[in-house]
Each structure stands twice: as structure tokens, then as C-alpha cells.
Ligand binder design. Structure first.
Ligand code: GLN
Ligand code: ZN
Length: 750
């Protein structure tokens, strides 16, 4: 039997966000390219050293990046769409990442079911791949110097690269045959540099459609087997599903699987293992921030060990999804901090497990006794007497059902002109507004002063919307930094880190809240601002809440109770808020759920379970609303074709969607799906600074009226306006209202 320890990726943003800071200075021309690259290398080498010092034996190297590792591989294989050809070097890289001189960037999308976003490679028929991996070679040399034999280069596997690409007029198999010689020569080159093993990351194997890639995988890996360098085929985020029997036959030295998600253990028990291969046991959860519980993990490892003799213990995926070091969160109560585990702690956990499994009793940073003591202390600290469990248990069908059905309650709700106009909630978050919040946070403004300043913003915003002539107004969300954080900070049960940054994309990092105990609402969270806004106008002001599913999907959640229960707890808290908003006079309330769709599990067979509780959580939140109250929801980047029935089951009165960038596909899906409630058809793209003309807006609106009955249609931008400037927002909304009025006239509706 042999046991080693490995990693398959590490945070690369810098403990103090060095990479973001350097990158942004570089973009502002305040830092040279050399200095930027030096900073990235320093961050990378520091992380190598930490992994080595902790005792990790096989350290994944090569995942450090300026912006995105998928983009890095696009560049290394020469997958450069024509529009970027005029640029070279770092300029080209920047153009591909964020667009430059009017050249639009590559599209960005979510990396599997994580909250990380990668840049989608574009492969057109005029592209022939070519090797451009000087940076990788240089990195490997440094890795060998610093880590010696411990250095294991990470390479994005060819099938995952292609599966994630946008192929235009190109056949996957044909393009694969052009790529394979490049991969092979990369492997040979690495061998010549002194590398004995590489990791080929192929998470595409966990997608539901992976079985269709069987022949391609077999062809590719048969070819790589010639290269005489050991290959660890690394997968994560879910199980191998149907591909298991043939994947374990691929000619590689090792296969790494995720044992924190999916049913890989069952698959091994069913199909057995391929005797000679090493199994990478991804058992330390790379997607969550809790200290491991040995009683839950060790039995799993023991079970695997009975079936496989050569194993490696490792995190379930790259540690890029967790922050660096929980010990830095000094402001958090000790009982909580001690059960948090960020990247550095996870390295210790890997080691700890290896020691236990090997039966060694070395002095370790972590011991079973220590872990038990930490969890016991936390248990005492986090137990609640708030009857949350009871509230959940006592829920009945009625709590999920509005008192009247949609068609009956419709006539009771606020009367509005045909094609009512509104916005999605936020208005520009200017430098001044940010400063205001910062001053309040740092104690330079007291609460009264701060609220007065926020109210001044609200008043300006209401007046402006009146002038523009919108029908349903909003208060503007000036008091909110982030749509999840704002609620988390006011609810019991959420903790916030100071240094807990994780990369969302490129230079954008987020600090996800941590749900650590039962969620309880102690006081109203949004009523004051709503009430003030409504007092300024006779038009209805739409109150704004973030929905339970979005809060769950953008937070680190507990592992001791199901996500469903956590979503329901939040739903109960939000329900109380809705009741208070109604008492304060709200006739229209929006519950945003932008993350509902993106929370879908990777494998379709698990969708219905997720959708069932996610939709229930939304219903639980909103069913308390009186039938007179109009409930809106908003979702961005939505594709609804396959989940239209679930969207319908949300039972929102009005649904606003992103539409302008999807060429009205979403709208058509909604119409074809027979959706009968109202739809806010996003009429222009707020992600772009371009102000839409009245003509463009009219034609967009006409698409709507041609697709759906008039009484179902609302008019609004496709998302919140917080990232835009007033100079863009004001003319755009004016045009939107003018276009609507023209169309009303044309249709004789006025
Ligand atoms: N109400 C939020 C806003 O307008 C919605 C944002 C979102 O869906 N991402 O900013
Ligand atoms: Zn949105």
C-alpha cells in the first residue's frame, strides 16, 4: 500500500489581493508589465512554498494566472480569434479578457457549478492551433528549482478545453486531431525538462453529456501514453457517472476523483478499480470552508482503501474556491474561527488524514482531539433557542400558496397603464455613494447623518424617475453594497470575513458570507428606505429583496443541515420582511433570484430535486403576500426553455428577464412554454454603456408585443443600473419611456 498527498490547484490572487492591485495598476499605466509579472510570480512561489512546508508531496503548479487559466490555455494553444490578431503580447491578452479599443472581449461564463467565471474560447474554422507556451515552460523551470520532484504541472485537458469552447463551423473531433500533436509535444518537452508526472484536468468528464466524448478521450489518451510521462487525470465537482467504466481503463498512471460530491464511492464499489492505477481521493472539500469532521471522512477513506491500494489524499478540487487563511479572521469569535478551514488549513487537513490513514502518530498541527474540541465548542456557541426548527416543522401547504390564484388576484393589484415601465432596482453607485457607506462603516458618520445622506440620494432618484415618467418606481438601493451582503449583515446567522476573498473572475474578487447557524430576522431590513421613498411619490414604489436561493448560492453554507432547510430559514425571515413592507404600504415587492438558474446541478438527473426546494423556498418567501400585493422577481442571464414549468411554479406576478443580449430567445422560450404571468422583457442591455435609441427600443418592444399578449408585457432594462453612470442611465430611461409612449399611441392604448 502506498499513500501520498497532493494538491490540484491553489488560490492565486495573493493573500492581500496583490494580483488584483497589480493588474489594475498595470491597466492604469502605473505599473510596468515586468513588475506585474514579477508580482504574479511572487504570489505563485509563496503558495508553492507554503504547500511544500505543510508537507504536501505532489504540488500542482501552473494554475497561477493574470486573469483566467482557461484564457491562458487558449493563448498557449494559439486559439486567437481574428479580431484579436492586430494585438500582441499582454495587450492581446487584455483585449481577449476585457475588450480593448472597441474590440469585444471573449464571452465569460460560469466555471461548472462554481461562482468562478472563465473566458470561453472561440474556435472558428480559420484558426489553426499553434504552440505558444513559453510562459508555461519558464514556470515549470522555476517550479523544479523551488520544489524539485514535488512539482506537478497542471494542464487543462484537451477535451475539457474543447467542450468549454464555442465551436463555430468546427467539428470537435477534427479540431481535437489538430490539438493532440501540440499536447503531445508539450508533454515531451516537460519530460525533457525533468518532469515525471503531470496533471491533466478533465472536469468535463462529470458533465451529463460526457459519455458522448468516449472515443475522443480514448484516442487522446492513447496518444498521450506515448509521451513517457506519468499522467494524473484529474476530475472534480461531481462523479464520473456513466463514464466510470471506460475512464478507469484509460492508459494513465492516476485518476483523481471528487469524493465530496456525487457518488464516486458507489461507482468504485460497483465497478471496482483498475489495479495498477493510483486513485487521487479528493476528500478535503475545496468548495466549502469548514474544518473537516474526521468521523465522517475517515470511514469513507477506509472503505476506498479496502478497494484500492495505491492512493493519494487531496482536496476535492483546486483550492481557488476558498480564501487563504482562516487564522487571519481575528474579528470573528474564536469558536467560529476555529472550525473554519481555508486553503492553508485544508493543506493541514490533507496531511492529517494521510497520517491517520498511514497509522503514523507524528506531531501534527491538527489532531483528532483538537478537532473534536473545536467542534464541541462551536456547537455550544452556535446552538439557537430561536424556535427556527419548530417554525420549519410547522409549515403547511398553505404557507407555500398565495391566497388567490394568479388570474383571480390580478384584478386586485395596483392599476397601471398598458405596457407598464419600471427598472430592476439599483441606480448608479457613484463614487460619492460608496464614500458615504465607507465613512459610515468607519464611524466618520453616525447613523442619523448617514441615513440623511442616503435619503437625499433616494429623494433625487425618486424625483428623477417621476420626471422621466416611469410607472413603477424604485428607491435605488444606495444603502446596499452587495445584494447578498446587505441582507446577511442584518440577519442573525451570517458571518463576514475581512480577508476572505475568492476570485469571481479576472480582477473581480468577492467575500462570500458564511452561514454558520440558524438564520433569524431580528428587525426589518428594508422598510425604512422603502417608506421614505414611498412618502415622496404617489406612484407605487417597488420594494426590493434578495431571494433565499440567491442568498444560499452566493454564500458558504452549513454542512450540518441540508441547503433546503437553510433556504427555508431565510425564506421565513424574508416572509416577515414582506409582511412588514405591506404594513408600510408596499403594493409592489420584488424578490430577486438571479442565482436560481445558475444553481442547477451539473447532472440533469439532479435538477428536479434542486428545483423542487428552490422554487418552494421562493414560494415560502412570497406566499405570505396579500393578493393585492404584486410580486415581481428578476433573473439575469436566464435561459428558461428547459425549466419553464418551474419558473411558472414560482407564481410571481411579474418576471423580469435578461433578453436584449439573447436576441429575444428567452422571450420566445417563455411564450412557447405557455407562460401566462407578466414578463418584464429586458429591452436594453445595461452591461454596455451604449444608450439605446428610441427606434431600437421600439423595435425591441415590438418583438415583445409580437410574441406575447399585450397584457403580459412590462418594459424595463435587463438588469440593475448600479454599474452604469447617470449620464448613460438618464437618456436611456428617457428613451425607454418615450418608446413605450409611442407604441401605446400606435396601438391606440393611451
Ligand atoms: N435589484 C438588483 C439590482 O437592481 C438586482 C441585481 C441582479 O439581479 N443581479 O441591482
Ligand atoms: Zn439582473
Amino acid at each position: 500500500m502506498s499513500i501520498i498527498t497532493s494538491t490540484v490547484g491553489y488560490p492565486r490572487i495573493g493573500k492581500n489581493r496583490e494580483v488584483k492591485k497589480a493588474l489594475e495598476s498595470f491597466w492604469r499605466d502605473e505599473l510596468t508589465a515586468d513588475k506585474l509579472l514579477q508580482i504574479v510570480r511572487e504570489v505563485e512561489e509563496t503558495s508553492w512554498k507554503i504547500q511544500a512546508e505543510t508537507g504536501i508531496e505532489q504540488i500542482g503548479i501552473g494554475d497561477a494566472t493574470l486573469y483566467d487559466q482557461v484564457l491562458d490555455w487558449s493563448v498557449r494553444f494559439g486559439l486567437i480569434p481574428a479580431r484579436f490578431q492586430p494585438f500582441t503580447g499582454l495587450e492581446r491578452y487584455e483585449a481577449m479578457a476585457r475588450g480593448k479599443d472597441g474590440v469585444p472581449a471573449l464571452e465569460m461564463t460560469k466555471w461548472f457549478d462554481t461562482n468562478y467565471h472563465y473566458l470561453v474560447p472561440e474556435i472558428t474554422s480559420d484558426i489553426s492551433p499553434k504552440a505558444d507556451w513559453g510562459d508555461f515552460r519558464e514556470m515549470v523551470k522555476r517550479g523544479l528549482t523551488i520544489l524539485g520532484k514535488k512539482a506537478v504541472p497542471i494542464i487543462l485537458g484537451p477535451l475539457t478545453l474543447l467542450r468549454l469552447s464555442r465551436l463555430e463551423g468546427v467539428n470537435l473531433g477534427d479540431f481535437l486531431s489538430k490539438l493532440l500533436p501540440l499536447y503531445s509535444s508539450l508533454l515531451t518537452e516537460l519530460k525533457e525538462l525533468g518532469i515525471e508526472e503531470v496533471q491533466l484536468h478533465e472536469p468535463a468528464l462529470v458533465f451529463g453529456d460526457a459519455p458522448s466524448l468516449k472515443e475522443h478521450f480514448q484516442a487522446a489518451y492513447a496518444e498521450f501514453a506515448q509521451a513517457d510521462v506519468a499522467i494524473n487525470l484529474v476530475t472534480y465537482f461531481d462523479d464520473l457517472g456513466e463514464t466510470f467504466p471506460w475512464v478507469i481503463e484509460l492508459p494513465v498512471a492516476a485518476i483523481s476523483l471528487d469524493f465530496t460530491r456525487g457518488r464516486n464511492l458507489d461507482l468504485i464499489k460497483t465497478y471496482g478499480w483498475q489495479g495498477k492505477k493510483r486513485l487521487g481521493i479528493g476528500i478535503v472539500d475545496a468548495r466549502n470552508i469548514w474544518l473537516l469532521r474526521p468521523q465522517q471522512i475517515i470511514p469513507i477513506v477506509s472503505e476506498i482503501q479496502a478497494l484500492v491500494s495505491d492512493i493519494s489524499l487531496q482536496p476535492s478540487a483546486s483550492l481557488q474556491f476558498v480564501p487563504y487563511d482562516s487564522r487571519r479572521e481575528k474579528h470573528l469569535p474564536e469558536q467560529l474561527r476555529n472550525v473554519l478551514s481555508f486553503a492553508e488549513q485544508k493543506l493541514q487537513e490533507v496531511n492529517f488524514l494521510a497520517q491517520i490513514i498511514a497509522g503514523n502518530n507524528r506531531e501534527e498541527a491538527l489532531t483528532e482531539d483538537l478537532i473534536t474540541a473545536h467542534w464541541e465548542a462551536f456547537q455550544k456557541f452556535s446552538t439557537t433557542n430561536d424556535l427556527v426548527e419548530e417554525k420549519l416543522k410547522n409549515l403547511t401547504v398553505k404557507d407555500f400558496q398565495r391566497s388567490l390564484s394568479y388570474s383571480l388576484r390580478l384584478s386586485e393589484q395596483v392599476a397601471l397603464p398598458p405596457l407598464p415601465t419600471t427598472t430592476i432596482g439599483s441606480f448608479p453607485q457613484t463614487q460619492e455613494v460608496r464614500k458615504l457607506r465607507l465613512k459610515y462603516k468607519q464611524g466618520e458618520l453616525n447613523q442619523t447623518e448617514y441615513q440623511k445622506a442616503i435619503d437625499a440620494e433616494i429623494a433625487k432618484c425618486i424625483q428623477l424617475q417621476e420626471e422621466i415618467g416611469l410607472d413603477v418606481l424604485v428607491h435605488g438601493e444606495f444603502e446596499r453594497t452587495d445584494m447578498v451582503e446587505y441582507f446577511g449583515q442584518q440577519l442573525v446567522g451570517f458571518a463576514f470575513t475581512e480577508h476572505g476573498w475568492v476570485q469571481s473572475y479576472g480582477s473581480r474578487y468577492v467575500r462570500p458570507p458564511i452561514i454558520y447557524r440558524d438564520v433569524v430576522r431580528n428587525a426589518p431590513m428594508t422598510v425604512r428606505e422603502f417608506q421614505f421613498a414611498q412618502s415622496l411619490t404617489k406612484k407605487p414604489v417597488k420594494a426590493m429583496l434578495t431571494g433565499p436561493v440567491t442568498i444560499i448560492n452566493w454564500s458558504f453554507t452549513r454542512t450540518d443541515i441540508p441547503r433546503r432547510d437553510q433556504a427555508f430559514q431565510i425564506a421565513i425571515a424574508l416572509r416577515e420582511e414582506i409582511a412588514d413592507l405591506e404594513t408600510a404600504g408596499a403594493q409592489v415587492i420584488q424578490v430577486d433570484e438571479p442565482a436560481l438558474r445558475e444553481g442547477l446541478p451539473l447532472k440533469v438527473e439532479r435538477w428536479s430535486d434542486y428545483l423542487s426546494w428552490a422554487v418552494d423556498a421562493f414560494r415560502l418567501t412570497t406566499a405570505i403576500a396579500q393578493s393585492q400585493t404584486q410580486i415581481h422577481t428578476h433573473m439575469c442571464y436566464s435561459e428558461f426553455g428547459d425549466i419553464i414549468k418551474d419558473i411558472e411554479r414560482l407564481d410571481a406576478d411579474v418576471l423580469s428577464i435578461e433578453n436584449s443580449r439573447s436576441n429575444n430567445r428567452t422571450l420566445q422560450e417563455i411564450a412557447q412554454g405557455g407562460y401566462s404571468h407578466q414578463v418584464g422583457n429586458g429591452v436594453y442591455d445595461i452591461h454596455s454603456p451604449v444608450v439605446p435609441t428610441v427606434e431600437q427600443l421600439i423595435s425591441q418592444l415590438q418583438e415583445g408585443t409580437a410574441t406575447l399578449p399585450l397584457k403580459q408585457i412590462w418594459v424595463n432594462p435587463d438588469c440593475g443600473l448600479k454599474t452604469r453612470r447617470w449620464e448613460e442611465v438618464i437618456p436611456a430611461l428617457k428613451n425607454m419611456v418615450e418608446a413605450t409612449k409611442k407604441l401605446r399611441d400606435e396601438l391606440n392604448l393611451s
